[in-house]
Design a protein around this ligand. Structure first.
Ligand SMILES: Cc1ncc(COP(=O)(O)O)c(C=O)c1O
Length: 438
């Protein structure tokens, strides 16, 4: 294949072992439906929907056409002190899918920016109520909230935090991964609700008057697909409410059908004060992020200054970018008309669960986790050495793209997945297990 570049040296690739990659590149040339196609002409099953984002599958014409039409009509105009119809239209359409009281949308361009925006909205809210001592955040071990300074402060992945200097004032809840007690649970794990009680202890330790918000992913994605134990999220909600601490659900992965409902909040019937979103909001086609905010938070902040004054000194050049809004509206049309947001709660979600759990008992597999259309297969470290990256590489060679997180292989396929694709995923794992562990 002819290349339009001479060297790979100039692109500093994110979260990638640059030297190793450039010595043995894996180049994707095009994508369609469930499939990626490499520059060598190989077909790869996309078992992670890109980076947990291409929920309606690749190459959706409707989205591409909406983008093209919008770029020709209005490519850009400032979101500060000017508006465009499509921004208001997109916000109104989005909140038809959010929990009852979360009807205000603050737009960003990524999950990381959505998280920063949510943390700042929490501070603005407490300030507007004269509670300016509430400045601390509580995150959770193994959490991923993007890569900006607020996000890595509340995040709980060591490599992403260490070496980046003093961060925001935070503390962390214990994570909820408990393979010993919960291995091979189908759906939510039964054990671990007591880990929510740690929040009460942290609040007593720091004093609730110093804490602005708690942020958790309903299901931790990048930390290894870690599910909330039964009753855990409701308990967090109760404790936050009792202490006037905001609860933020980071649903950058969980949102838009991944858990068999529009949001994890809906799937688990727990309403937070804010939800952060990105990725599937535009099917991953154009960058876009958003914070869905409880009405009373918006009202409090906006009414805290005289009419005519800017209420919140925050925003991005590309907040509610017209092209992102067009992509998002076309994405919502597809989600709604094809019933994709609830597909994971139906027959295909059941099939997914059964298929993944059929791997139980295979050598080397120590846990399988699933909910909706997300899953993880956890392998035993071979002689103490991490095997995840090796398994990921072998999957790629056998025609499947997955994500290794330590020794867990994370799966989050496009929501258009059919039974034959699920069978193929399980077959490939079966082959690898025989090769590596039998
Ligand atoms: C829960 C969560 N929050 C935030 C982010 C960051 O999103 P982005 O990479 O779009 O900045 C991610 C990305 O995977 C995520 O999973």
């Amino acid at each position: 294949m002819m290349k339009n570049y001479e060297s790979m040296d100039h692109f500093w690739m994110p979260f990638t072992a640059n030297r190793a990659f450039k010595a043995a590149p894996r180049i994707i040339e095009r994508a369609e439906g469930m499939w990626l196609y490499t520059d060598e002409g190989r077909k790869i099953l996309d078992a992670t929907a890109g980076l947990w984002c291409v929920n309606a599958g690749h190459g959706r014409k409707q989205i591409a056409e909406a983008i093209a039409a919008q770029a020709l009509k209005l490519d850009y105009s400032s979101p500060f002190n000017l508006g465009h119809d499509i921004g208001f239209e997109f916000a109104e359409r989005l909140v038809k899918h959010t929990p009852e009281h979360l009807n205000r949308v603050f737009f960003a361009n990524s999950g990381s920016e959505a998280v920063e925006s949510a943390l700042k909205i929490a501070l603005a809210y407490h300030n507007a109520r004269g509670k300016s001592t509430k400045i601390r955040f509580i995150g959770r071990e193994k959490a991923y909230h993007g890569v900006n300074f607020g996000g890595i402060s509340v995040g709980g992945l060591t490599y992403n935090r260490k070496g980046f200097g003093p961060l925001l004032p935070v503390d962390h809840l214990p994570h909820t991964l408990d393979v010993e007690r919960n291995a091979f649970s189908e759906g939510l794990p039964p054990f671990g609700i007591e880990r929510a009680e740690a929040l009460e202890n942290l609040l007593q330790f720091h004093g609730p008057e110093s804490v602005a918000a708690v942020i958790v992913e309903p299901v931790s994605g990048a930390g290894g697909v870690i599910l909330p134990p039964v009753g855990y999220l409701k308990k967090l909600r109760e404790i936050c409410t009792r202490h006037d601490v905001l609860l933020i659900f980071d649903e950058v992965i969980c949102g838009w059908g991944r858990l068999g409902a529009s949001f994890g909040s809906v799937a688990f019937d727990v309403e937070p004060d804010m939800i952060t979103s990105a990725k599937g909001i535009t099917n991953g086609v154009v960058p876009c992020g958003a914070v869905f905010v409880r009405d009373e938070i918006y009202d409090t902040v906006v009414n805290s200054v005289p009419v005519g004054g800017v209420e919140f000194y925050h925003g991005y050049t590309y907040s509610a970018h017209p092209v992102a809004c067009a992509a998002g509206l076309a994405t919502l049309d597809i989600y709604e008309s094809e019933g994709l947001l609830t597909r994971g709660a139906g027959e295909i979600g059941q099939y997914w669960q059964q298929a993944l759990h059929s791997l139980k008992g295979q050598p080397g597999i120590v846990d399988v986790r699933n909910y909706g259309l997300i899953g993880a297969v956890q392998f035993a470290a071979a002689d103490g050495a991490v095997v995840g990256p090796k398994i990921m590489q072998r999957c790629y060679e056998l025609g499947m793209s997955v994500r290794a997180i330590g020794d867990a292989i994370a799966l989050s396929p496009p929501l258009i997945i059919e039974k034959e694709h699920i069978d193929e995923i399980v077959d490939i794992f079966g082959k690898i297990v025989q090769e590596m562990f039998a």
